[in-house]
Design a protein around this ligand. Structure first.
Ligand SMILES: C[S@@+](CC[C@H](N)C(=O)[O-])C[C@H]1O[C@@H](n2cnc3c(N)ncnc32)[C@H](O)[C@@H]1O
Length: 241
């Protein structure tokens, strides 16, 4: 298991270009949807976990919310800070690894919501044990009755595709190779991602204390109340503390 590809500056820069082109245009609609679904108000305090260049954090901040954005990547946070200044909003950005969220010493039961969108931690930290620990920490940080929203890849689709013996998907372990292998400063970068069936992610979240879980559709970054389709690439998961 190598380090996160996001620590590789070239990988981060190339990925940010893709996010800006493909996903950034939908951000405002996603945030409006999330504010309603998560029952947030203009004074809510939220966590953007794996915030990247802050596209959601900035949109929430524009609406008055107090956002703490956490990300492992120096490159992404540099862009996030620059963009927040340009947009004249305040976001509290912290560089940190979601796999060790407790190290950041955030205040327990003090957040009105948390998001982890666009494959920003879930599945890429080293398997379901890491995700279990991460979800447990998120649960600890939230106030009762608040929401945690994440998106992640749908393994059912990969399973269907793997009938053609797709070597990138290991259906026994539900893992997928998601980036070409590379090295950075002599260190191999992690290219393995644990991806989930809807029932698995729900079980994991329930084991961490969450309830009222919905698995919805987010085709092409469009969040909706439609339930996830079996061959959707991604799923939108909403869970209540
Ligand atoms: C595909 S980007 C999405 C960023 C942002 N959520 C968005 O929707 O634009 C994934 C982000 O997750 C961050 N990330 C991945 N693994 C992480 C980890 N273990 N801890 C903190 N951040 C992580 C990456 O640095 C990157 O900024």
């Amino acid at each position: 298991m190598g380090i996160s590809p996001w620590m590789n500056k070239e990988f981060a820069k190339t990925s940010l270009d893709k996010i800006d082109t493909k996903f950034k245009p939908n951000t405002k609609e996603q945030v409006i949807y999330l504010i309603e679904k998560m029952q947030l108000i203009s004074t809510s305090k939220i966590l953007d976990l794996g915030c990247g260049a802050g596209r959601h954090a900035i949109e929430f901040s524009k609406r008055g919310l107090c956002v703490t954005g956490i990300d492992i990547s120096e490159v992404m946070l540099e862009h996030a800070k620059k963009r927040a200044t340009e947009e004249q909003v305040m976001v509290n950005y912290i560089q940190g690894n979601l796999a060790n969220l407790s190290d950041l010493q955030l205040q327990e039961a003090s957040y009105d919501g948390a998001i982890c969108l666009c494959e920003s931690g879930v599945g890429v930290m080293g398997g379901e044990n890491k995700d279990y620990e991460f979800f447990t920490q998120v649960y600890r940080l939230l106030i009762p009755n608040s929401y945690f929203v994440l998106t992640c890849f749908n393994s059912l689709r990969r399973y269907i595709l793997s009938k053609d013996h797709n070597p990138k998907f290991d259906y026994l372990n539900s893992t997928m190779l998601w980036a070409p292998p590379f090295e950075y400063n002599g260190e191999k970068l992690n290219e393995l991602q644990r991806i989930y069936a809807p029932s698995e992610i729900q079980l994991l979240l329930r084991l961490c204390g969450f309830g009222d879980i919905q698995v919805l559709s987010c085709v092409n970054g469009e969040f909706s109340d439609r339930r996830m389709g079996i061959d959707d690439i991604e799923m939108l998961v909403i869970a209540k503390k």
